[in-house]
Design a protein around this ligand. Structure first.
Ligand SMILES: Cc1ncc(COP(=O)(O)O)c(C=O)c1O
Length: 268
């Protein structure tokens, strides 16, 4: 795998970051994950806009213009033979003596890497558990500091499930690494954008291809009685959740509305 690190393209094994990088010391950085289909970046403008928002959320200047980002990302794709893949990019506040306050001179560290996406025609359904949303109040920033998300996902795995669906004050926020949708009496619902969720690009796409879908708060009770639950993310697209806390979701089978939305997504 060829990666981009601070102006150079090099094999992953040779990519090195000094231990004083604030990403390593503090988790002081932001990231994006962008899908690539057939060598073409999907929804690049939307991902770069969210990156801009995350950078401004942590008061770090964007190191590149849109044209520069596009050039770097396409180089990484070509050097790794295109195809279906995901791009991971991260920007940290660079190297400085360990001190919480921002350094006076900032040279951000920029890493771009890429992994193959193993896509299947019909993705397998998943299972989920509910967990209290223990995260901070700026979940709209795509921060590399993911310890809460990691602990929540691990709790799901240890319970034999694939994803944790998070509840804050009685309402659904999102998954440990996904947004959440439910279907209730035929109506598709997802929580509105706020500082408590990441504004997922896949979430926006679902709202675009299902214009009747609603952005409304979802109570824990609504989640538990939903006919369908889906989770969305750039790498896993739209996945049906067929069991929640060991109870069947709806009929316990993949739902009809999910099959529809998956078809519409594939057409895009
Ligand atoms: C916490 C969280 N919410 C939502 C998402 C989905 O966002 P996107 O559809 O842009 O990948 C992710 C993606 O990994 C995530 O980590």
């Amino acid at each position: 795998m060829i990666v981009y690190l601070n102006g150079e393209f090099l094999p992953l094994e040779e990519a090195r970051v000094p231990v004083l990088d604030r990403g390593f010391i503090f988790g002081d950085g932001v990231y994006e994950v962008i899908p690539v289909y057939n060598g073409l970046i999907f929804k690049l403008a939307e991902h770069l806009q969210r990156l801009e928002n995350s950078l401004s959320g942590i008061k770090l200047a964007n190191p590149f213009t849109t044209e520069e980002w596009t050039g770097i990302l396409n180089s990484v794709i070509t050097r790794n033979d295109g195809g279906d893949r995901s791009i991971y990019l991260q920007v940290t506040r660079g190297i400085a003596k360990r001190d919480h306050q921002f350094p006076q001179v900032v040279n951000p560290t920029v890493l771009v890497m890429s992994n193959p996406l193993n896509r299947v025609a019909v993705p397998a359904p998943i299972t989920a558990i509910t967990c209290e949303d223990t995260r901070w109040k700026r979940c709209d920033i795509k921060s590399i500091a993911l310890l809460p998300n990691i602990l929540l996902r691990q709790a799901a795995v240890e319970a034999g499930a694939n994803e944790a669906i998070l509840i804050r004050d009685g309402f659904v926020t999102e998954g440990a690494a996904s947004n959440v949708f439910i279907v209730e009496n035929g109506v598709v619902i997802t929580p509105p954008k706020s500082n408590f969720i990441l504004p997922g690009i896949t979430r926006d796409i679902v709202l675009e291809i299902m214009p009747s879908a609603k952005e409304q708060n979802i109570s824990e009770a609504q989640l538990r009685s939903a006919d369908e639950i889906w989770v969305t993310s750039s790498t896993r697209e739209i996945l049906p959740v067929i069991s929640l806390d060991n109870q069947p979701v709806g009929t316990g089978e993949v739902g009809a509305v999910w099959s529809q939305v998956l078809e519409l997504y594939k057409q895009l």
